[in-house]
Each structure stands twice: as structure tokens, then as C-alpha cells.
Ligand binder design. Structure first.
Ligand SMILES: O=C(O)Cc1cc(O)ccc1O
Ligand SMILES: [Fe+2]
Length: 442
């Protein structure tokens, strides 16, 4: 496959034409009486028409046939995808999952949609307030089918690259990259072997770059490093039927059409899919003493209506220097009013060298205590505090959410990956309290 091209920037007003059709973007207006090349104009609105300019998102697609040319939707089997948060009793325990099992293609062919499994979440898509966290484990490309999700979804491939064909063009997303497919965008996923990753769905808010405050104009995830695909179309008739899968109010529906939906010859607008390579994150961290909160590592945030409170933040723990003086450097022990789901793309996580593996996960729910295991505590309390590389060759991440999430039956039982011994990593923590301790005289 030849190198794919991308447009750089975050939330820009982009425009793109498939080079096979020069002049396919109408000039000076969105709705000419007749579009160039006999295309149909279609608007994709990602925000209410009336949103203030900074949050108004829409794109115009110029396509061979409009999306509306399809047979009625019919309900389809949802597999392990759910939005039912009452399947099992609430569980406030610290939860850890071993790497989620990827089906062997010799045994069962599973594509991206069939391979989506809901792990935890909260809220509902009807009121557009909530989130869902899913794992995808698959081994086969989607053939003549695509999917459209109502929420905004952020995908984190962990094993195997994924080629995502969208109405805006194609994106190759490798482990250590993430991609965002926005509400209502149709996409199809090609894989090249056994593939696994994480998906965060946010029901009602766009992902934004966090404000930088006193950091200044640059840093963290820089806008220019976000990449949007360029227009690519196929004029392909599919006599046997092309299936468009629509996730609607938490359930899957399918509809048939006789042509590929990737028939957009040109488009313009500020509502697009995009990808981002986590190596481009400009890390800010403590250079004197104490442990800064992980919000300094926020790549993207989906804000709630409460100032400073996210429906979900996407936070990473990238390779960096640890230099803090007279400080316990690893994550502190804590209880958080936010929920913390963590995944691991590669390597290991500093607070737990063992047990938390790439392709697995942890959930520390609202106010559930957690922190370093015994080994980490003992080592870091006595370590010589010289400048040290932290997390080299690793990439852990966190979906941090203000929702108190429910875990699904699949997550607690069916997947059979729950590590029942997780709590034991804190059992060996012992007392160091010494009532006779006195400050040493300088
Ligand atoms: O729980 C965790 O491991 C994530 C985390 C990391 C950190 O550096 C500080 C707080 C925090 O929740
Ligand atoms: Fe935490």
C-alpha cells in the first residue's frame, strides 16, 4: 500500500479533493444547483447548527450517491456490545484484567465490529450523557461492511496496526497512535493479523485539546501533530449488498445498500476524523520536588458542562525524566472522585512492575483506594534520587472519567480475564510507623 497522505492540524477548516477529480469541491458556495462531476452535496453536522463559532463543527461531503440511499435499518445481534449498566451488581473493588484474549483466525474469523466487547461505562446515549469503554479483539478485515457510532470514539490500538477507511479518506493507525472517529462518521477497519485495542466512547462531547493555562502557547499535544486523512473515493457497486451497521441508542442496526459508502470525492469542513502519534506528546513534569497530578499528561479531554470536570480525559504516561528531589516519585496512594480505567500499550507501568500487562486493564472506581504495590513502595522510598529515565519503552494510558462506571457481565465474568488476586499486591504493605522518630538535627 502506497504511503497515505494526511492534513495536519487540530480542528482546522480543511478541504480536500481526490486528485482523480480536480475541481470537485464547489467554489464559493456549499450547495450549487449542480455540483461538479454530478456529485451530491451532503452536510455532516457534528454540533447544533446554533453552537457558538468555537464549538461549531460541520463538514460538507461531495459524494457519488447520498447516504440516504439505503434500505430500512433492522435490528441485529449486538454480541458483547452493550449499554446496559445494570447487568450485574455494582462492584467497587480494584479490578485488574489480564490481556484480553484475541480469537485465533484459524478457529473463528472475527472483524472489528464483531470483536467489540463492552467492559464498563455509565450514562445513556438517549440523553447523550455518558461513556462506554470497550475492548476490540479481532483477526479479520471488515468486508463490504462499515459501522457508524453515535458517540465520539477514541481508539487505542495495542497490538496490530489498523487501516481505517472513512468517508474522509484512509488512516493507518499503529500501536502508540490513537485515532478519533467522530459522531456519525462511517468507517470500516482492515487488520493484518491478530489485533487488539481499547475504545473510549463519549456520548455527548467532542474531544478537545486541554487548555494550557500557565504552561503557555505550546506543549502537551501540539495541534500540528494531529493528522486528518485526505479525500479518497471508490465508485464501487456491490450487487450482493453493502452493510452499514448503525449503533443507535446502544443497540446495533444494519441496513443494506448497493454501493460503497466511501464514495466521497471531495470534502471541506472542521468536523473530521484524525489520528495522533503519542511520541509527539511534549511532556511537562516536575523539575524540583513532589509528584504532579497526572492531568499534566492529558492528550485530549471531553468536557462535561461543569467547569474543569471531564466526561472523560485521555491521559498518557509517556517516557520522560524523573528528577524530583526528596520526593517519593511514583504515583501516590490515593482515592479519587473520578474513575480511572487504565490500559497498557507496551512495556510496564511504574506503579506495578508485574501483573498489569500490555493488552490488559485496570479499573479503580470512584473513591476506591489504590497506589503502588509493596515492591514499588519499598524501592522508591529508599532509592538514590538521581535523574532517571522513567517509563522508557512503555506507554500506559488512562481514561479518567467523572462518571461512576458499571462493569458489564462480560467484563466481570464472561471474558474470564479478571485477575482475582489483584488486591494481594497491596497485602504485603507493612507498617513503618515509629512513634520515637524525631526530626534529624541539621
Ligand atoms: O492510579 C494511577 O496509577 C494513575 C495515577 C498516576 C499518577 O501519577 C498520579 C495519580 C494517578 O491516579
Ligand atoms: Fe489513580
Amino acid at each position: 500500500m502506497s504511503e497515505l497522505k494526511y492534513l495536519s492540524g487540530f480542528g482546522n477548516e480543511f478541504s480536500s479533493e481526490d486528485p482523480r477529480c480536480p475541481g470537485s469541491l464547489p467554489e464559493g458556495q456549499n450547495n450549487p444547483q449542480v455540483c461538479p462531476y454530478g456529485l451530491y452535496a451532503e452536510q455532516l453536522s457534528g454540533s447544533a447548527f446554533t453552537c457558538p463559532r468555537p464549538t461549531n463543527k460541520r463538514s460538507w461531503l461531495y459524494r457519488i450517491l447520498p447516504s440516504v440511499r439505503h434500505k430500512p435499518y433492522t435490528a441485529m445481534h449486538c454480541g458483547n456490545l452493550t449499554e446496559n449498566w445494570d447487568e450485574v451488581e455494582p462492584d467497587p473493588n480494584q479490578l485488574r484484567w489480564m490481556p484480553f484474549t484475541i480469537p485465533k483466525s484459524s478457529e473463528k474469523k472475527v472483524d472489528f465490529v464483531t470483536g467489540l466487547h463492552t467492559l464498563c461505562g455509565a450514562g445513556d446515549t438517549k440523553s447523550r450523557n455518558g461513556i462506554g469503554i470497550h475492548m476490540f479483539t479481532c483477526n479479520t478485515s471488515m468486508v463490504d461492511r462499515c459501522v457508524v457510532l453515535p458517540p465520539f470514539s477514541l481508539s487505542v490500538p495495542q497490538q496490530g496496526e489498523i487501516l481505517i477507511t472513512t468517508e474522509f479518506g484512509k488512516m493507518m493507525v499503529e500501536p502508540n497512535e490513537i485515532c478519533v472517529i467522530q459522531q456519525g462518521m462511517r468507517f470500516s477497519v482492515n487488520v493484518f493479523g491478530e489485533t487488539r485495542g481499547y475504545v473510549l466512547e463519549v456520548y455527548g462531547a467532542h474531544f478537545e485539546l486541554p487548555d494550557l493555562g500557565p504552561i503557555g502557547a505550546n506543549g502537551l499535544a501540539n495541534p500540528r501533530d494531529f493528522l486528518t486523512p485526505v479525500a479518497w473515493y471508490e465508485d464501487r457497486e456491490v450487487a450482493t449488498g453493502y452493510t452499514v451497521i448503525n449503533k443507535y441508542q446502544g443497540k446495533l442496526f444494519s441496513s443494506q445498500q448497493v454501493f460503497s459508502p466511501f464514495n466521497v470525492v471531495a470534502w471541506h469542513g472542521n468536523y473530521t476524523p484524525y489520528k495522533y502519534n503519542l511520541d509527539n506528546f511534549m511532556v511537562i513534569n516536575c523539575v524540583a520536588f513532589d509528584h504532579a497530578d497526572p492531568s499534566i499528561f492529558t492528550v485530549l479531554t471531553a468536557k462535561s458542562s461543569r467547569p474543569g470536570v471531564a466526561m472523560a480525559d485521555f491521559v498518557i504516561f509517556p517516557p520522560r525524566w524523573g528528577v524530583a528531589d526528596h520526593t517519593f516519585r511514583p504515583p501516590y496512594y490515593h482515592r479519587n472522585c473520578m474513575s480511572e480505567f487504565m490500559g497498557l500499550i507496551k512495556g510496564h507501568y511504574e506503579a506495578k512492575e508485574e501483573g498489569f500487562q500490555p493488552g490488559g486493564g485496570t479499573l479503580h472506581s470512584t473513591m476506591t483506594p489504590h497506589g503502588p504495590d509493596r515492591d514499588c513502595f519499598e524501592k522508591s522510598s529508599t532509592a538514590l534520587l538521581k535523574p532517571e529515565r522513567v517509563a522508557d519503552g512503555t506507554m500506559a494510558f488512562m481514561f479518567e472519567s467523572s462518571f461512576s462506571m458499571a462493569v458489564t457481565k462480560w467484563g466481570l465474568e464472561t471474558c474470564q480475564r479478571l485477575d482475582k488476586s489483584y488486591y494481594q499486591c497491596w497485602e504485603p504493605l507493612r507498617k513503618h510507623f515509629d512513634p520515637n522518630w524525631r526530626p534529624s538535627k541539621q
